[in-house]
Ligand binder design. Structure first.
Ligand code: HSE
Length: 371
């Protein structure tokens, strides 16, 4: 019998995780194995638990070390601040269970294994057999980049990567998703009457849009009709933390002797939940595009290679066409005029699935099978 604690199940990543577990009948499967789920809360302790919890039928206290200690595995989607407050206290109390987390706080901890099993399954199973107990989901942009170009990385073909990201508002949380839609509606309402009038001037409409954004009371979070080239906080060398994470987390996941230099620019765009990235990749050798596409496509079952033509690209290689699916799309694959070993591609995938919830769901499966 095992007890699994769920923390942060009501948040954005937690809800997607629960949804994926329900879609895959994971809860039914686990209850047949005598595995019980207990929902914890930071604010509604003692209230009725959702029906996914086949263990305790009231919400347990996410700040109670005593209650957390009863769990063999804890899946935490509550965020870094909570992990900072609770994890070390729980370990200091002598707890020896598995802590699985979606937030960044423990990612670079020396005992942490970053989880992305289509890329580093062996590192995960090795960590389990080495009795390591800390498994953390990587930054979403990093996970999606590695999911896309795993085929090239596995063959040690990559010298460096320069990403330019176009990150969806879901990466900034549920409130940002709502804000984007409200801003879209606000913009539309602001010029609606002019739009109905075919004789109105588009330049006058545009002026009104500019006025609308200039008078916004939250200019740093204007996502509609905008691109914001800054995500997270600043580091000492002028990189944002989002940009900094690319190299350190990717190399931690790949765990190879060959360090890969990765640096680029991360921007927020007005897409709902799919992150897109344009990658410039310096290859270690000149390969044909056919070979490159084959290596990319064969690396795992979720890759879709999109032909480099207008119709396929505009229809399929977009956040809207990818949202809510596990597909990792790669298109616009071509050699840059800079030289035959400079590869350019564009990739899109769902930030809440492979970028957050899915690696956690799959880790739980691997853990339950292995222990
Ligand atoms: N940091 C990411 C973003 C989300 O802001 O889009 C989670 O990894």
């Amino acid at each position: 019998m095992k007890n699994i604690g769920l923390i942060g199940w009501r948040g954005l990543v937690g809800s997607v995780l629960i949804q994926r577990m329900l879609e895959n009948n994971d809860f039914t499967h686990y209850s047949q194995l005598n595995i019980f789920f207990h929902c914890f809360s930071t604010s509604q302790v003692g209230k009725q638990s959702p029906s996914i919890a086949n263990g305790c039928n009231t919400l347990l206290d996410a700040y109670s070390i005593e209650q957390l200690q009863q769990m063999d595995i804890i899946i935490c989607c509550q965020g870094s601040d909570y992990t900072k407050q609770v994890y070390s206290k729980l370990c200091d109390s002598g707890w020896n269970g598995y802590w699985v987390d979606s937030s960044s706080h423990l990612r670079m901890h020396q005992d942490a294994t970053l989880i992305l099993d289509p890329v580093n399954y062996q590192a995960i199973t090795q960590a389990i057999s080495d009795n390591r107990k800390l498994f953390i989901g990587a930054n979403c942009t990093v996970s999606l980049m590695l999911m896309a170009i795993n085929g090239l990385l596995k063959q040690d073909l990559v010298e460096w990567i320069n990403p330019a990201t176009y990150q969806a508002v879901s990466g900034a949380g549920a409130k940002a998703m709502r804000n984007l839609l409200q801003q879209m509606g606000g913009l539309y309402n602001h010029v609606n009457s002019d739009l109905q009038n075919v004789a109105s001037s588009i330049l006058d409409i545009d002026k009104k849009i500019n006025h609308w954004s200039a008078t916004s009371n939250d200019p740093a979070n204007l996502f509609a009709s905008n691109v914001i080239p800054f995500i997270d906080s600043m580091t000492a060398n002028g990189q944002t933390r989002e940009e900094y994470k690319a190299e350190v987390e990717a190399n931690k996941i790949l765990n190879s002797n060959q360090h890969i230099a990765i640096d680029g620019l991360c921007a927020r765009v007005g897409a709902m939940r799919c992150h897109s990235q344009a990658l410039t990749i310096k290859l270690k050798k000149n390969l044909s595009l056919a070979t490159i596409e084959e290596l990319l496509a064969d690396s795992h079952e979720w890759i879709d290679i999109i032909a480099n033509d207008a119709v396929a690209t505009k229809k399929q290689l977009t956040p809207l066409a990818t949202s809510g699916t596990l597909r990792v799309k790669i298109g616009r694959i071509r050699k840059l005029t800079l030289g035959n070993d400079y590869l350019s591609l564009f990739t899109v995938a769902d930030q809440l699935l492979w970028g957050a919830a899915e690696p956690l769901r799959r880790l739980l499966n691997i853990l339950v099978k292995a222990t």
